[in-house]
Design a protein around this ligand. Structure first.
Ligand code: G4P
Length: 531
């Protein structure tokens, strides 16, 4: 197989949703089609039960599972499909945002009963920032959900993306009869059941065909005709280019738990979703078709065995071919590394890989050499853009409660924040450490892991800060003055960038107005930002 064929046969994507919309169920059904699993229920949900924050022990258990489900690869109709898993729990949203840097497109699951929810909105903002192509799957049509046109309107309005239904449902809830595929012009009849691996489709190219009345009854056939007419007049025809640019989302309706509409989704996905794309760097755009290898780390996972502090770094291949035993240049450390046991995630089992191509994700055993965003090349020097840190939402000061273990604490917190579980900010002078997260749960996780993996005990003290802003100014003097005057709110991130911690939105607004020469950025990488 030649080089471009290898690249073109890969599709690397993520499934995202608000918790409970059906992401895990849909993932499982896709794996069922891919033959990666034999029976439904085989994929343990890596979602952390959403009940209480005290569930962090559960997270420890789940960490093992989530390594296995971090990347799920399988072959379907000659294509290699890599699904990158994203944690559903809100408190792990940062991890999800990072994983989205490594995908080329996403499938967004929306619950037909609940419509657009908080996480759906946030995740969509991240996709919009990167112009990631999105397909929407409206799930749970077997339940008494909302009117499909209302849902489509809500998605357009709330997610700020144009939509184009490619299928349309016939009733919903107990009366749900199936969907009509507007793209391929067939009727997909609903039969409840979770283990089917092929859908019951009947070709009806003309919606006015009387066969439709015989199949679903005259009343529903007429309703469908009228709905389809509305769709065809209200929405422009599907424009693949607009989808690829991330400005138009095709929409499907179905029921993941009943394995309904999933094959339809998968097949259209394979037809329209982009093959592995290149990545923007601070020097130039790296095309996926370039022959020299480039890859970047988007996720780091601590190993389960606390006695061995090695970790797994997840590397997305951007260009060229990754080869086992070959030396690569680690740009940040300016060192060469080679990997004797890189592994892939084919059919849910870890197996050593000899080579990997653009779009693939390789697991690398790491003893502390990698941070999220690190780049490996064949010698070229650049950093991949689009892997910024976002402002955390909760900030607390890390207080050492065992002075004899300061070194362990320092090392532990550095390594844990390298993994991306939280962000670390340090204040100078004084070396005070502030940890920023998107959820309370992380503080418990960090405290627990520091104690069990590093033997360091600590507590977290709430501080009155709500937002991190990365500062920049052309006027050096003004910036220095600001840093001096606001010393108690100035900290440095792990890369040494100057960060202002704002006590409130009101304060932030005031500081921006009073200091027009200073730029306040809400993520560490200004170019991709949306304010
Ligand atoms: P998530 O990963 O997005 O958090 O959601 P998940 O797939 O775990 O699904 C959340 C719940 O919704 C599950 O029920 C699941 O069975 C159900 N579900 C998924 N798809 C459909 C669908 O098409 N129709 C209906 N009616 N339900 C659906 P649960 O009770 O939380 O878990 P379980 O005990 O059923 O596994």
């Amino acid at each position: 197989m030649n080089w471009t064929e290898e690249i073109n046969k890969r599709r690397t994507f993520g499934i995202i949703s608000h918790p409970d919309a059906g992401k895990t169920t849909l993932t499982e059904k896709l794996l069922l089609y891919g033959g990666a699993i034999q029976v439904a229920g085989a994929v343990k949900s890596n979602k952390i039960k959403k009940t209480a924050t005290s569930d962090f022990m559960e997270i420890e258990k789940q960490r093992g599972i989530s390594v296995a489900t971090s990347v799920m690869s399988f072959e379907y109709q000659g294509k290699i499909i890599n699904i990158l898993d994203t944690p559903g729990h809100k408190d792990f949203a940062e991890d999800t945002y990072r994983t989205l840097t490594a995908v080329d497109s996403v499938i967004m699951v929306v619950d037909s009963v609940k419509g657009v929810e908080e996480q759906t909105r946030k995740l969509m903002e991240v996709c919009a920032m990167r112009k990631t192509p999105v397909i929407v799957f409206i799930n749970k049509l077997d339940r008494e959900g909302r009117d499909p046109f209302d849902l489509l309107d809500e998605i357009e309005k709330e997610l700020k993306i144009r939509v184009r239904p490619l299928s349309f449902p016939i009733n919903r809830g107990t009366l749900f009869k199936g969907v009509y595929n507007l793209h391929k012009r067939y009727l997909n009849l609903f039969r409840p059941g979770s283990q089917r691996v092929s859908e019951d489709v009947i070709r009806i190219t003309d919606i006015h065909d009387t066969a439709l009345d015989r199949l679903i009854g005259e009343k529903d056939a007429n309703q469908l005709r009228s709905d389809v007419e509305i769709v065809e007049t209200v929405y422009d025809p599907f424009d693949k280019e607009a989808y690829l640019q991330g400005t138009l989302a095709p929409v499907f309706f179905g029921s993941a738990v009943n394995n309904f509409g999933v094959q339809e989704l998968l097949e259209t996905f394979l037809e329209i979703a982009p093959p592995p794309r290149g990545r923007e760097t601070d020097k130039r755009f790296v095309e996926s078709t370039e022959s020299k290898f480039t890859g970047f780390v988007f996720k780091i996972h601590a190993n389960l065995d606390p006695k061995h502090r090695d970790r797994i770094a997840f590397l997305r291949v951007v260009s060229g071919k990754f080869e086992r035993h070959k030396y690569y240049h680690h740009v940040r450390l300016q060192k060469s590394f080679r990997f004797s046991t890189p592994f892939s995630f084919m059919a849910q089992s870890k197996s050593i890989v000899e080579e990997a191509y653009p779009g693939d994700v390789v697991g690398l055993y790491d003893t502390g050499n990698f941070k999220i965003g690190d780049v490996l090349t064949e010698g070229e020097e650049f950093h991949i853009r689009g892997i910024p840190s976002f402002s955390p939402e909760i900030f607390k000061e890390l207080i050492n409660t065992d002075p004899l273990k300061s070194k362990q604490l320092e090392k532990g917190i550095t390594q844990l924040t390298d993994e991306g579980v939280a962000q670390l900010f340090t204040q100078q002078p004084g070396n005070r450490k502030f940890v920023g997260t998107v959820g309370e749960l992380q503080f418990e996780v960090i405290q627990y892991r520091l104690l069990h993996e590093y033997g360091a005990s600590c507590r977290f003290q709430p501080i009155n800060m709500t937002r991190a802003c990365w500062l920049r100014s052309r006027d050096k003097k003004k910036l220095e003055d600001f840093i001096r005057f606001k010393q108690s709110s100035i900290v440095y991130d792990k890369d040494g960038h100057i960060v202002y911690l704002a006590p409130s939105e009101w304060f932030l607004k005031m500081e921006r107005e009073n200091n027009p020469e200073i730029e306040f950025h809400f993520n560490s990488e200004f170019k991709t930002e949306q304010v």
